[in-house]
Design a protein around this ligand. Structure first.
Ligand SMILES: [Zn+2]
Length: 385
């Protein structure tokens, strides 16, 4: 299957209903991608992901490069085979983790020298190296290597990171197109010859820089585009504004992906900016802390009031957890520090995010996303601390 993106319908709000075709299946958009950092969505088996209807998940280049190593995964046939996941996979470039987790040694136009957060070993990540790793992993969508900056960042800093990101995007693209000694392009010799690359719009919280970044990447002609550097501590309104500005500059016939967002009540806002794909660690990370997302707002399952509550976690959720277990049992598992607490909590939270995106797609199809959003956001905006 070849990479293809079709926009099926545009809602009056600007939201798009679409279909992304990848070498590992079709993805209905707007799509939420659960994060599978180290070749696993924490707490969920691949079988459970399939049953939940996950069509695409995200893998982390930085983590898989350090452990178990991309050459090992290449030798084992690529990430799909290694983790026994038949659906689509998107890998990030490693940029975000290098800038947020590793100890940075040196950043230059060439790339980034960093120390591993695992054992302190020193590594050099360049745009070419990032793509080489992602080709060994064989993801369906590879992200170009980008420079991620902190928030807030002044204009000069944002501009220089944005320019460097464009240069790195060009090198990432050219590396994939380059021919090796046997006359094949590097992509053809990867574990997934159908791999596509997305460029990443940067520019901090400066709208003119965001526009310039998007235009420069469009000139490089990627099959899809991401908006990076958001959800880094800025107000949600500003984040949406930056996503909308980038979307305006991006081609209408290519998928748009906002990286690292968001809370369930924020998802409709990004979709209304014309965004087609999102990913976030919140459903699984919060699940492990006992914070559960429900159709009536957030539930802190540690709360003593659930100790004798025989009702389901979320009456409006049809997931396996809500069909089978009570709030009292989920609270007990959490209090007793049982492994099953993380498993069941993660299952429900991922189900809730996927279900929310499914309802968003349905609302776009019916042309009622604005009405859906206000009802949904009023209902779930509340929650327990
Ligand atoms: Zn549920």
């Amino acid at each position: 299957m070849e990479f293809r993106f079709e926009v099926l319908k545009i809602d009056p709000t600007g939201a798009r209903l679409g279909r992304l075709t990848t070498p590992h299946g079709v993805v209905d958009t707007p799509a939420f991608m659960p994060v599978g950092t180290a070749g696993t969505v924490k707490g969920l088996t691949q079988q459970a992901l399939g049953e939940l209807g996950v069509q695409i998940l995200l893998g982390n280049t930085y983590h898989l490069y350090l452990r178990p190593g991309h050459e090992r995964i290449r030798a084992l046939g690529g990430l799909h085979k290694f983790m026994s996941w038949p659906g689509a996979i998107l890998t990030d470039s490693g940029g975000f983790q290098v800038f947020s987790m590793a100890e940075l040694r040196k950043i230059s136009d060439d790339g980034v020298v960093f120390r591993s957060h695992l054992d302190g070993s020193e590594h050099l990540l360049t745009p070419e190296k990032s793509i080489e790793i992602q080709q060994a992993l064989g993801s369906d969508i590879a992200m170009v290597f980008d420079e991620c900056i902190e928030y807030p960042a002044d204009r000069e800093r944002a501009a220089s990171a944005m320019k460097r990101t464009t240069g790195w995007a060009r090198r990432s693209r050219d590396y994939a197109r380059a021919r090796n000694a046997s006359g094949r392009t590097n992509v053809e010799s990867s574990t997934n010859p159908g791999q596509s690359q997305f460029g990443i719009v940067q520019g901090g919280m400066h709208d003119d820089l965001r526009r310039e970044s998007a235009r420069q990447l469009v000139d490089l002609d990627f099959p899809g585009y991401a908006v990076g550097g958001l959800a880094v501590g800025e107000p949600h309104g500003l984040s949406c504004e930056m996503a909308a500005i980038a979307a305006e500059e991006l081609p209408k016939d290519r998928p748009r992906y906002v990286m690292g967002v968001g809370l369930p009540e924020q998802l409709p806002d990004y979709v209304r900016c014309g965004v087609d794909m999102m990913d976030c660690v919140l459903p699984t990370r919060n699940a492990r802390n006992g914070c559960l997302f429900t159709s009536a707002g957030r539930v802190n399952i540690r709360n003593a009031k659930y100790a004798d509550d025989s009702g389901p976690l979320d009456e409006r959720c049809s997931c396996m957890v809500c069909r089978t277990y009570s709030r009292a049992y989920l609270r007990h598992l959490f209090q007793a520090n049982e492994i099953l607490a993380s498993i069941l909590n993660s299952h429900h939270n991922v189900a809730f995010f996927l279900d929310t995106m499914g309802k968003i797609r349905q609302a776009i199809a019916l042309g009622v996303l604005a009405e859906f959003s206000s009802e949904f956001q009023a209902r779930i905006g509340a929650g327990e601390p």
